[in-house]
Design a protein around this ligand. Structure first.
Ligand SMILES: [Mn+2]
Length: 360
Protein backbone atom coordinates (compact mmCIF):
# COMPACT_ATOMS: atom_id res chain seq x y z
CA UNK A 1 0.00 0.00 0.00
CA UNK A 2 1.30 3.46 -0.87
CA UNK A 3 2.36 5.50 2.13
CA UNK A 4 0.29 8.58 2.78
CA UNK A 5 1.77 12.07 3.09
CA UNK A 6 0.74 12.07 6.77
CA UNK A 7 2.96 9.09 7.57
CA UNK A 8 5.81 10.59 5.54
CA UNK A 9 5.54 13.77 7.57
CA UNK A 10 5.63 11.78 10.81
CA UNK A 11 8.75 9.92 9.61
CA UNK A 12 10.41 13.23 8.87
CA UNK A 13 9.47 14.78 12.22
CA UNK A 14 10.61 11.70 14.22
CA UNK A 15 14.16 12.44 13.06
CA UNK A 16 13.84 16.04 14.14
CA UNK A 17 13.14 15.73 17.86
CA UNK A 18 14.16 18.71 19.94
CA UNK A 19 14.35 21.07 17.00
CA UNK A 20 12.79 24.49 16.69
CA UNK A 21 10.78 25.22 13.55
CA UNK A 22 9.41 28.38 11.99
CA UNK A 23 6.09 28.24 10.21
CA UNK A 24 5.92 30.93 7.53
CA UNK A 25 2.48 32.14 6.51
CA UNK A 26 1.60 34.31 3.55
CA UNK A 27 1.48 38.02 4.29
CA UNK A 28 -2.01 38.88 5.54
CA UNK A 29 -2.86 35.31 6.63
CA UNK A 30 -6.43 34.00 6.50
CA UNK A 31 -8.27 31.48 8.73
CA UNK A 32 -7.15 28.54 6.58
CA UNK A 33 -3.48 29.52 6.93
CA UNK A 34 -3.71 30.29 10.64
CA UNK A 35 -5.50 27.06 11.53
CA UNK A 36 -3.10 25.02 9.38
CA UNK A 37 -0.18 26.55 11.26
CA UNK A 38 -1.83 25.63 14.57
CA UNK A 39 -2.26 22.06 13.36
CA UNK A 40 1.40 21.85 12.34
CA UNK A 41 2.35 23.10 15.78
CA UNK A 42 0.18 20.43 17.43
CA UNK A 43 1.73 17.66 15.31
CA UNK A 44 5.30 18.89 15.75
CA UNK A 45 4.91 19.31 19.52
CA UNK A 46 4.03 15.64 19.65
CA UNK A 47 7.62 15.00 18.54
CA UNK A 48 9.17 17.46 20.97
CA UNK A 49 9.58 20.16 18.33
CA UNK A 50 8.75 23.72 19.25
CA UNK A 51 7.14 25.90 16.61
CA UNK A 52 6.94 29.65 16.14
CA UNK A 53 4.46 31.02 13.61
CA UNK A 54 5.54 34.03 11.53
CA UNK A 55 3.63 36.28 9.19
CA UNK A 56 4.29 39.55 7.39
CA UNK A 57 1.76 42.27 6.72
CA UNK A 58 -1.10 42.54 9.13
CA UNK A 59 -4.09 40.63 10.32
CA UNK A 60 -6.86 43.06 9.49
CA UNK A 61 -9.96 41.12 8.50
CA UNK A 62 -12.41 41.23 11.40
CA UNK A 63 -12.88 37.46 11.21
CA UNK A 64 -9.15 36.82 11.47
CA UNK A 65 -8.78 39.22 14.36
CA UNK A 66 -11.62 37.45 16.14
CA UNK A 67 -9.99 34.09 15.45
CA UNK A 68 -6.75 35.21 17.05
CA UNK A 69 -8.49 36.80 20.03
CA UNK A 70 -11.12 34.15 20.71
CA UNK A 71 -8.69 31.27 20.34
CA UNK A 72 -5.81 33.14 21.96
CA UNK A 73 -3.36 32.30 19.16
CA UNK A 74 0.25 33.41 19.44
CA UNK A 75 1.96 34.41 16.21
CA UNK A 76 4.94 36.64 15.47
CA UNK A 77 4.32 39.57 13.16
CA UNK A 78 7.26 40.58 11.00
CA UNK A 79 7.62 44.36 10.71
CA UNK A 80 11.21 44.59 9.56
CA UNK A 81 12.68 43.65 12.95
CA UNK A 82 15.79 41.47 13.37
CA UNK A 83 14.89 37.75 13.42
CA UNK A 84 17.32 35.34 15.07
CA UNK A 85 17.30 32.80 12.23
CA UNK A 86 20.00 30.63 13.83
CA UNK A 87 17.43 29.42 16.36
CA UNK A 88 15.48 27.56 13.71
CA UNK A 89 16.53 24.28 12.12
CA UNK A 90 13.82 24.35 9.52
CA UNK A 91 10.96 26.36 8.14
CA UNK A 92 7.57 25.16 7.01
CA UNK A 93 5.31 26.85 4.49
CA UNK A 94 1.60 26.22 5.01
CA UNK A 95 -1.19 27.45 2.72
CA UNK A 96 1.51 29.11 0.58
CA UNK A 97 4.67 28.18 -1.26
CA UNK A 98 6.86 31.08 -0.27
CA UNK A 99 5.98 33.30 -3.21
CA UNK A 100 3.60 35.59 -1.34
CA UNK A 101 5.47 36.03 1.91
CA UNK A 102 7.97 38.78 2.61
CA UNK A 103 9.54 36.35 5.11
CA UNK A 104 10.86 34.00 2.40
CA UNK A 105 13.60 36.48 1.60
CA UNK A 106 14.31 37.33 5.24
CA UNK A 107 14.29 33.82 6.70
CA UNK A 108 15.26 31.55 3.79
CA UNK A 109 17.29 33.54 1.27
CA UNK A 110 19.10 35.81 3.75
CA UNK A 111 18.56 34.01 7.07
CA UNK A 112 19.58 30.63 5.69
CA UNK A 113 16.86 28.56 7.39
CA UNK A 114 16.43 25.41 5.29
CA UNK A 115 12.89 24.85 4.00
CA UNK A 116 11.66 21.58 5.47
CA UNK A 117 8.09 21.27 4.27
CA UNK A 118 5.61 22.90 1.93
CA UNK A 119 1.96 22.02 2.51
CA UNK A 120 -0.46 23.88 0.30
CA UNK A 121 -3.54 23.67 -1.87
CA UNK A 122 -2.75 26.45 -4.35
CA UNK A 123 -1.47 25.71 -7.84
CA UNK A 124 2.19 24.69 -7.89
CA UNK A 125 4.44 27.78 -7.88
CA UNK A 126 7.93 26.19 -8.11
CA UNK A 127 9.53 28.92 -6.02
CA UNK A 128 11.33 26.85 -3.39
CA UNK A 129 12.12 23.20 -2.83
CA UNK A 130 11.76 21.22 0.39
CA UNK A 131 12.28 17.59 1.43
CA UNK A 132 8.56 17.28 2.21
CA UNK A 133 6.18 18.70 -0.38
CA UNK A 134 2.44 18.09 -0.34
CA UNK A 135 0.75 20.41 -2.82
CA UNK A 136 -2.82 19.49 -3.67
CA UNK A 137 -4.69 22.05 -5.75
CA UNK A 138 -7.79 19.84 -5.87
CA UNK A 139 -8.42 20.20 -2.13
CA UNK A 140 -10.51 23.21 -1.09
CA UNK A 141 -8.54 24.13 2.01
CA UNK A 142 -5.13 23.52 3.51
CA UNK A 143 -6.85 22.83 6.84
CA UNK A 144 -8.37 19.68 5.31
CA UNK A 145 -4.89 18.37 4.49
CA UNK A 146 -3.88 18.92 8.11
CA UNK A 147 -6.97 17.15 9.44
CA UNK A 148 -5.90 14.19 7.31
CA UNK A 149 -2.37 14.37 8.79
CA UNK A 150 -3.77 14.45 12.32
CA UNK A 151 -5.85 11.41 11.50
CA UNK A 152 -3.31 9.29 9.59
CA UNK A 153 -0.43 10.14 11.89
CA UNK A 154 -2.39 8.61 14.73
CA UNK A 155 -1.93 11.78 16.73
CA UNK A 156 -5.58 12.60 16.20
CA UNK A 157 -6.62 15.63 18.19
CA UNK A 158 -4.41 16.76 21.07
CA UNK A 159 -5.15 15.06 24.39
CA UNK A 160 -5.98 18.32 26.13
CA UNK A 161 -9.68 18.79 25.46
CA UNK A 162 -9.55 22.57 25.58
CA UNK A 163 -6.73 22.66 23.04
CA UNK A 164 -8.40 20.12 20.76
CA UNK A 165 -11.66 22.07 20.91
CA UNK A 166 -9.91 25.26 19.86
CA UNK A 167 -7.84 23.57 17.17
CA UNK A 168 -10.88 21.78 15.72
CA UNK A 169 -12.92 24.97 15.72
CA UNK A 170 -10.11 26.88 14.01
CA UNK A 171 -9.69 24.17 11.36
CA UNK A 172 -13.43 24.05 10.69
CA UNK A 173 -13.41 27.82 10.30
CA UNK A 174 -10.51 27.46 7.84
CA UNK A 175 -12.34 24.83 5.79
CA UNK A 176 -15.60 26.79 5.72
CA UNK A 177 -14.02 30.06 4.72
CA UNK A 178 -11.77 28.65 2.00
CA UNK A 179 -14.53 26.55 0.43
CA UNK A 180 -17.18 29.27 0.74
CA UNK A 181 -19.21 27.21 3.16
CA UNK A 182 -18.51 23.95 1.34
CA UNK A 183 -19.85 25.09 -2.03
CA UNK A 184 -16.40 24.55 -3.57
CA UNK A 185 -15.42 21.78 -1.22
CA UNK A 186 -13.78 18.61 -2.52
CA UNK A 187 -14.47 15.15 -1.02
CA UNK A 188 -11.35 15.61 1.16
CA UNK A 189 -12.88 18.73 2.69
CA UNK A 190 -16.07 16.84 3.59
CA UNK A 191 -14.04 14.00 5.11
CA UNK A 192 -12.05 16.50 7.14
CA UNK A 193 -15.16 18.37 8.31
CA UNK A 194 -16.79 15.09 9.36
CA UNK A 195 -13.73 14.15 11.42
CA UNK A 196 -13.59 17.54 13.09
CA UNK A 197 -17.26 17.91 13.84
CA UNK A 198 -17.36 16.04 17.20
CA UNK A 199 -14.63 18.34 18.55
CA UNK A 200 -15.98 21.66 17.24
CA UNK A 201 -17.38 24.28 19.59
CA UNK A 202 -20.38 25.48 17.58
CA UNK A 203 -20.97 28.61 19.61
CA UNK A 204 -17.36 29.65 19.20
CA UNK A 205 -17.61 28.97 15.47
CA UNK A 206 -20.74 31.10 15.16
CA UNK A 207 -18.92 33.84 16.99
CA UNK A 208 -16.01 33.68 14.56
CA UNK A 209 -18.21 33.72 11.48
CA UNK A 210 -20.43 36.59 12.50
CA UNK A 211 -18.03 39.46 12.81
CA UNK A 212 -19.29 42.78 11.55
CA UNK A 213 -17.43 44.87 9.03
CA UNK A 214 -15.54 47.95 10.15
CA UNK A 215 -16.65 51.38 9.00
CA UNK A 216 -13.48 51.68 6.92
CA UNK A 217 -14.25 48.40 5.13
CA UNK A 218 -17.75 49.67 4.34
CA UNK A 219 -16.19 52.81 2.87
CA UNK A 220 -13.79 50.82 0.69
CA UNK A 221 -16.74 48.77 -0.57
CA UNK A 222 -18.51 52.04 -1.39
CA UNK A 223 -15.49 53.27 -3.40
CA UNK A 224 -15.28 49.92 -5.21
CA UNK A 225 -18.97 50.17 -6.09
CA UNK A 226 -18.67 53.64 -7.57
CA UNK A 227 -15.38 52.96 -9.41
CA UNK A 228 -16.27 49.60 -10.92
CA UNK A 229 -15.95 49.06 -14.65
CA UNK A 230 -17.99 46.15 -16.02
CA UNK A 231 -17.63 44.34 -19.34
CA UNK A 232 -18.78 40.85 -20.24
CA UNK A 233 -19.18 39.63 -16.68
CA UNK A 234 -15.89 41.07 -15.44
CA UNK A 235 -16.21 43.78 -12.80
CA UNK A 236 -12.98 45.65 -12.00
CA UNK A 237 -12.51 48.37 -9.39
CA UNK A 238 -9.49 50.30 -8.18
CA UNK A 239 -9.97 51.75 -4.70
CA UNK A 240 -6.92 54.03 -4.35
CA UNK A 241 -4.60 54.06 -1.34
CA UNK A 242 -5.22 52.08 1.83
CA UNK A 243 -3.50 51.72 5.16
CA UNK A 244 -2.20 48.19 5.67
CA UNK A 245 -4.63 47.65 8.55
CA UNK A 246 -7.48 48.11 6.05
CA UNK A 247 -6.03 45.84 3.40
CA UNK A 248 -8.58 43.10 4.03
CA UNK A 249 -11.26 45.45 2.80
CA UNK A 250 -10.02 44.58 -0.72
CA UNK A 251 -11.10 40.90 -0.78
CA UNK A 252 -14.32 41.87 0.99
CA UNK A 253 -15.07 44.45 -1.70
CA UNK A 254 -14.33 41.80 -4.36
CA UNK A 255 -16.75 39.43 -2.60
CA UNK A 256 -19.37 42.16 -2.63
CA UNK A 257 -18.96 43.09 -6.31
CA UNK A 258 -19.42 39.44 -7.22
CA UNK A 259 -22.96 39.57 -5.84
CA UNK A 260 -24.12 41.91 -8.61
CA UNK A 261 -26.25 40.36 -11.36
CA UNK A 262 -24.41 39.48 -14.60
CA UNK A 263 -21.04 39.71 -12.80
CA UNK A 264 -19.16 36.41 -12.93
CA UNK A 265 -15.70 37.65 -11.94
CA UNK A 266 -14.72 40.59 -9.76
CA UNK A 267 -11.30 42.11 -9.18
CA UNK A 268 -10.56 44.86 -6.65
CA UNK A 269 -7.16 46.44 -6.04
CA UNK A 270 -5.57 49.34 -4.24
CA UNK A 271 -2.20 50.69 -3.15
CA UNK A 272 -1.36 49.45 0.34
CA UNK A 273 1.20 51.26 2.44
CA UNK A 274 3.01 49.02 4.91
CA UNK A 275 5.64 50.92 6.90
CA UNK A 276 6.48 53.19 3.97
CA UNK A 277 6.70 50.31 1.49
CA UNK A 278 3.93 50.52 -1.05
CA UNK A 279 2.50 47.82 -3.26
CA UNK A 280 -0.63 47.25 -5.26
CA UNK A 281 -2.65 44.52 -3.61
CA UNK A 282 -5.53 42.91 -5.47
CA UNK A 283 -8.13 40.19 -5.01
CA UNK A 284 -10.05 38.19 -7.56
CA UNK A 285 -13.30 36.34 -6.95
CA UNK A 286 -15.19 34.34 -9.51
CA UNK A 287 -18.29 32.20 -9.78
CA UNK A 288 -17.29 31.00 -13.24
CA UNK A 289 -15.99 27.45 -13.08
CA UNK A 290 -14.35 27.78 -16.50
CA UNK A 291 -12.07 30.56 -15.27
CA UNK A 292 -8.82 29.42 -13.64
CA UNK A 293 -7.76 32.34 -11.40
CA UNK A 294 -4.12 31.24 -11.29
CA UNK A 295 -3.80 31.13 -15.09
CA UNK A 296 -5.83 34.27 -15.57
CA UNK A 297 -3.76 36.46 -13.21
CA UNK A 298 -0.43 35.07 -14.39
CA UNK A 299 -1.43 35.68 -17.98
CA UNK A 300 -2.87 39.16 -17.34
CA UNK A 301 -0.17 40.60 -15.08
CA UNK A 302 2.99 38.66 -15.97
CA UNK A 303 6.21 38.41 -13.96
CA UNK A 304 8.69 40.69 -12.20
CA UNK A 305 12.34 41.00 -13.27
CA UNK A 306 13.27 37.96 -11.13
CA UNK A 307 10.78 35.84 -13.04
CA UNK A 308 8.22 35.64 -10.21
CA UNK A 309 4.59 36.07 -11.13
CA UNK A 310 2.76 39.01 -9.57
CA UNK A 311 -0.35 36.94 -9.02
CA UNK A 312 -1.67 33.49 -8.43
CA UNK A 313 -4.72 31.69 -7.23
CA UNK A 314 -6.69 28.68 -6.23
CA UNK A 315 -10.18 27.51 -7.12
CA UNK A 316 -12.58 30.47 -7.55
CA UNK A 317 -10.22 33.04 -6.00
CA UNK A 318 -6.86 34.66 -6.50
CA UNK A 319 -4.71 37.61 -5.55
CA UNK A 320 -1.78 39.70 -6.67
CA UNK A 321 0.86 42.01 -5.32
CA UNK A 322 2.89 44.48 -7.35
CA UNK A 323 5.63 46.31 -5.41
CA UNK A 324 5.94 49.99 -6.29
CA UNK A 325 9.71 49.88 -5.85
CA UNK A 326 11.27 53.23 -6.65
CA UNK A 327 7.85 54.89 -6.73
CA UNK A 328 7.13 53.63 -3.22
CA UNK A 329 6.77 55.97 -0.24
CA UNK A 330 4.86 58.92 1.09
CA UNK A 331 4.36 61.61 -1.51
CA UNK A 332 2.52 64.88 -1.79
CA UNK A 333 -1.06 64.63 -2.97
CA UNK A 334 -0.36 65.39 -6.61
CA UNK A 335 2.35 62.77 -6.98
CA UNK A 336 0.33 60.23 -4.99
CA UNK A 337 -2.63 60.79 -7.33
CA UNK A 338 -0.48 60.51 -10.48
CA UNK A 339 1.07 57.34 -9.16
CA UNK A 340 -2.31 55.81 -8.43
CA UNK A 341 -3.76 56.81 -11.80
CA UNK A 342 -0.85 55.24 -13.67
CA UNK A 343 -1.21 51.92 -11.85
CA UNK A 344 -4.99 51.99 -11.96
CA UNK A 345 -5.16 52.46 -15.74
CA UNK A 346 -2.39 49.97 -16.45
CA UNK A 347 -3.84 47.20 -14.28
CA UNK A 348 -7.37 47.71 -15.57
CA UNK A 349 -6.18 47.58 -19.19
CA UNK A 350 -4.18 44.41 -18.57
CA UNK A 351 -7.10 42.66 -16.87
CA UNK A 352 -9.57 43.48 -19.63
CA UNK A 353 -7.04 42.69 -22.35
CA UNK A 354 -6.76 39.20 -20.86
CA UNK A 355 -10.44 38.62 -21.64
CA UNK A 356 -10.06 40.13 -25.11
CA UNK A 357 -11.31 43.69 -24.48
CA UNK A 358 -8.96 46.44 -25.62
CA UNK A 359 -10.81 49.68 -24.82
CA UNK A 360 -11.90 50.34 -21.22
MN1 LIG B 1 -6.13 28.27 1.82
Amino acid sequence: MAKSPGTDLVTLLKDRRGEQHAVILQDFPDPDAISSALAYRAIAEHFGITVDIFYGGRVSHQENLALINVLDISMIRYEGQEIDCDRYQGCIFVDNQGNNSSLTRVMVNEGGIPPLAIIDHHAEQNVIDAPFMDIRPIVGSCASIFVEYLHTSGISMPQDREISRRLATALMHGILSDTRFMVWAAPDDYHAAARLQPHVDQEMLMDLLHQQRSRRTMEVIQVALSNRVMREGLSVAGVGSLRSQDRDAIPQAADFLLTEETTTTSIVYGIVNDNGQEFVSGSLRTSKTSLVPDDFLKDALGKDEDGHYFGGGKMMAGGFEIPLGFLSGEDDQVLARLKWEAYDVKIRKRLFKAIGIKEV
